[in-house]
Design a protein around this ligand. Structure first.
Ligand SMILES: Cc1ncc(COP(=O)(O)O)c(C=O)c1O
Length: 383
């Protein structure tokens, strides 16, 4: 008999988003509003840079942190866009934002440390926290417009708190934090030494005021995660950026090196093109997402759903009306089976998720229009 593997893994499930998506994937004609994957193609000039890299035999390892010219260009890009102020020595090119999250947490967490997470939240952090033997402390934000308040934060902090995870605009809610809200959270954290892991992967998909990073208020404590998956529709290239103050980054580089050595050289060439000549590539996508958001919001409101209007990303986290008596999981299963529209039940993102579902509008306008018709017909039974 084999010796037992790590017991922590028994508690960890494959993400609820993926599980639900797999469950509904076999059905013909299903409109899937389940995944957070841009439905746009990668811009041509970026694809060409990757093709050129292959033809030029740029197929070896790069420096662990990434090609120096990419790190310089990424530093400029994030300075120009969000005044992040990280030098080229304070950036690691990672395998998607996913690796950046893992490396950040593996660098700072020890067993027993507590990590504060606003709930609902993207399910990519908690399993890593648990694998490290650290303890997730969820703070329910459903009564505060899906925003963590300074009072809630203060209450959640204990002597064991090591980090706060702060993703904005948020997956799954689309809600973001403005400059004043970030400043208020920062003032609670300022003297605590607690790290902020700011996941800013949706920073380019901000519909109203420009994105502001909490680094502005907490330059030493903030670890910024970003990447090109959403902004440049480059999900499959797997390029993320992990940014932190120099001394911290040095330690992160060890974790990154012994995990992946470096990000793909070909993808790095594509990334260099994206952050150099593709600074405005996101604009048409953002305009389209915003139009879709407006359309979907109007239709959902008409059907009786409760919505907090999103500030960005491409999701709605929607509350079921009281007339629906089943929980969101059972409701979503029936919606998929009877109306052939798939959304993700809220429990994939939240301990309070039984009355919510996430709808991703990273889908074509035609699919969204058809999905809204089908949902409206389905909801007629609850009138
Ligand atoms: C908040 C958040 N962070 C990170 C990721 C992962 O991004 P990547 O595909 O670059 O690994 C996602 C993907 O959906 C996300 O929603």
């Amino acid at each position: 008999m084999l010796k037992p593997i790590r017991p922590e893994l028994a508690e960890i499930q494959i993400s609820g988003i993926r599980r639900f998506n797999t469950r509904v994937s076999g059905t013909l004609g299903m409109i899937k509003l389940t995944l957070g994957e841009p439905d746009f193609y990668t811009p041509e000039h970026i694809k060409q840079a990757a093709i050129d890299a292959i033809h030029e035999n740029f197929t070896n390892y790069t420096n662990n942190a990434g090609m120096p010219e990419l790190l310089r260009a990424a530093s400029d890009y994030f300075n120009e866009k969000y005044q992040l102020g990280f030098s080229e020595e304070e950036i690691i090119t990672t395998v998607g934002a996913t690796e950046a999250i893992a490396v950040a947490l593996e660098t700072i967490l020890s067993a027993g440390d507590e990590v504060i997470l606003p709930d609902p939240i993207y399910p990519g952090y908690e399993p890593i926290i648990r694998l490290l033997g650290a303890v997730p402390i969820k703070v329910d934000t459903t009564a505060s417009g899906f925003k963590l308040t300074p009072e809630q934060l203060e209450q959640a902090i204990s002597e064991k708190t090591k980090a706060l995870i702060l993703p904005y605009p948020s997956n799954p809610t689309g809600v973001s934090l403005d400059e004043a809200e970030l400043a208020a959270l920062a003032s609670v954290l300022e003297k605590t030494g607690i790290y902020v892991v700011a996941d800013e992967i949706y920073s380019e998909l901000h519909y109203g005021a420009a994105h502001v990073s909490i680094r502005k208020f907490l330059p030493k404590q903030t670890i910024v995660i970003n990447g090109l998956s959403k902004s440049h529709a480059m999900i499959g290239f797997r390029i993320g950026f992990l940014m932190a103050e120099k001394n911290l980054l040095k330690e992160m580089l060890k974790v990154h090196q012994y995990t992946v050595t470096c990000a793909s050289s070909i993808s790095q060439k594509a990334a260099l093109e994206a952050v150099t000549n593709g600074k405005e590539d996101c604009l048409p996508m953002r305009t389209e997402y915003k139009t879709r958001a407006g359309f979907v919001e109007q239709r959902l409101l008409k059907m009786g759903f409760e919505i907090i209007p999103p500030d960005g990303a491409f999701y709605f986290f929607v509350k079921l009306p009281d007339s629906v008596q089943e929980n969101a999981f059972d409701w979503a299963v029936r919606l998929a089976e009877e109306a052939k529209v798939a959304v993700v039940p809220g429990e994939a993102f939240s301990e309070k998720g039984e009355r919510y579902f996430r709808l991703s509008y990273a889908a074509s306008f035609d699919d969204l229009a058809e999905a809204m018709e089908r949902m409206q017909n389905f909801m007629a039974q609850f009138q």
